[in-house]
Design a protein around this ligand. Structure first.
Ligand code: NAP
Length: 353
């Protein structure tokens, strides 16, 4: 049981990111002193939305520069904090050639570095880590073997690797490393948040998060000929942010927490959006698996193995720990998707029609 002193600063790593910027905003609104780490605080595009959130809020924002692959670079930001919320980790699934350097090294070495700094700073009592459902399962087909046909916090992704699902591999290796480091000391405890695909309005247009790409691909017309039967767990970014804060301050919070409100296929998401945004070239058809297998490796750079193991499976997540232990209340899917889409139009990330 850990009671965090609310008068002490809270450290949030990767503060400029899609999820973290909501965490920072809520903390500032609640009057906290936030030690926010970014890679480069002199880059206006990385911090403008954080400064805007701080402007007029009850709390105070202090920016620190820190890089995941630079040992010791988080120590200064963590000094004086009892609570550290570690979100920084790349969430990209394409556009790189070396998965180790692009994903695995920053995720695993980064977790190592942040937690070593937590070990070095006497004040730290709790670490909340942004993990993922990607550290619970690797491919959708694993649902067939999940006890009761449901993904739970008991499960671990044992199938991803550097060459197959490297993002998922980066998340499971980082979370495993975090539990290992936690076990070897007794001053701070670890609580993990394991969200499925996070959607909902973003406070920044600069994020590289795949969450934004999924919505852009749906709304831009890129998928107008049809989409594979790919199903996702989906959760609103605002619920994910609040869950991190609740995990930080609930003295009894412990262990892993799946954050997933709904499951929907790409076509179901498009159908919900079309009702509100009828002028957009959203996909209307589901493509047969054999056709996806044939064209996806060339059209989308996705392997046949990925298609085989992920297309056509219905997912189910047990989110009961998030509601009982963290008090999460999930909003309707329509609200999450439509508010996200509307905000992307507003920000010029989708053409106004
Ligand atoms: P995001 O907007 O791209 O945020 C990622 C953050 O990581 C950025 O602030 C980025 O900083 C930081 N980062 C990346 N490489 C870094 C490095 N070498 N040193 C320091 N910081 C670095 O993506 P997000 O969706 O908010 O993801 C945040 C976390 O949530 C990640 O751990 C991700 O795995 C996890 N997650 C996301 C989802 C989702 O659907 N979005 C679902 C489950 C879990 P810069 O701004 O400096 O690049």
């Amino acid at each position: 049981m850990v009671a965090i002193d609310k008068n002490k600063p809270i450290c949030v790593t990767g503060a400029s990111g899609y999820i973290a910027s909501w965490i920072v905003k809520y903390l500032l609104d609640d009057g906290f002193l936030v030690h926010a780490t970014v890679r480069d605080s002199s880059k206006e595009s990385s911090v403008a939305h954080l400064l805007k959130a701080a402007n007029g809020a009850k709390g105070t924002l202090k920016l620190f520069d820190a890089d995941l692959i630079q040992e010791g670079s988080f120590t200064k930001a963590i000094e004086g904090c009892e609570l550290v919320i570690h979100t920084a980790s790349p969430f990209v699934i394409k556009g790189f050639t070396d998965p180790y350097e692009a994903l695995i090294r920053p995720a695993v070495e980064g977790t190592d570095n942040v937690l070593k700094s937590c070990n070095a700073v006497e004040s730290v009592r709790r670490v909340v880590l942004t993990s993922s459902v990607a550290s619970i399962y690797g491919d959708a087909v694993e649902i067939l073997k999940a006890p009761g046909g449901v993904f739970t916090e008991q499960l671990w992704n044992n199938t991803s690797s550097e060459s197959h699902q490297p993002y998922s591999y980066s998340k499971v290796m980082a979370e495993r490393r975090a539990w290992e480091i936690c076990k070897n000391q007794s001053r701070w405890d670890l609580v993990t948040i394991n969200p499925s695909l996070v959607m909902g309005p973003s406070l920044t247009t600069q994020t590289q998060s795949t969450s934004i790409d999924v919505m852009r691909d749906l709304g831009s017309g890129r998928q107008r000929t049809g989409v594979p039967l790919l199903e996702f767990g989906i959760v609103d970014v605002r619920e994910v942010a609040k869950a991190h804060i609740s995990a930080g301050f609930n003295p009894d919070a412990e262990g892993r927490h799946i954050l997933s409100a709904h499951t929907a296929s790409l076509l179901q998401m498009a159908t919900i959006l079309r009702a509100r945004f009828p002028k957009y070239p959203l996909p209307k058809k589901q493509l047969p698996k054999f056709l996806v297998k044939l064209v996806a490796p060339i059209a989308a750079g996705v392997s046949r193995d990925f298609i085989q193991k992920n297309v056509g499976y219905a997912l189910k997540f047990d989110n009961s720990r998030s509601t009982s232990s963290l008090g999460v209340r999930y909003r309707p899917l329509t609200e999450t998707l439509c508010e996200h889409f509307a905000q992307m139009i507003e920000d010029g990330l989708l053409k106004r029609r």
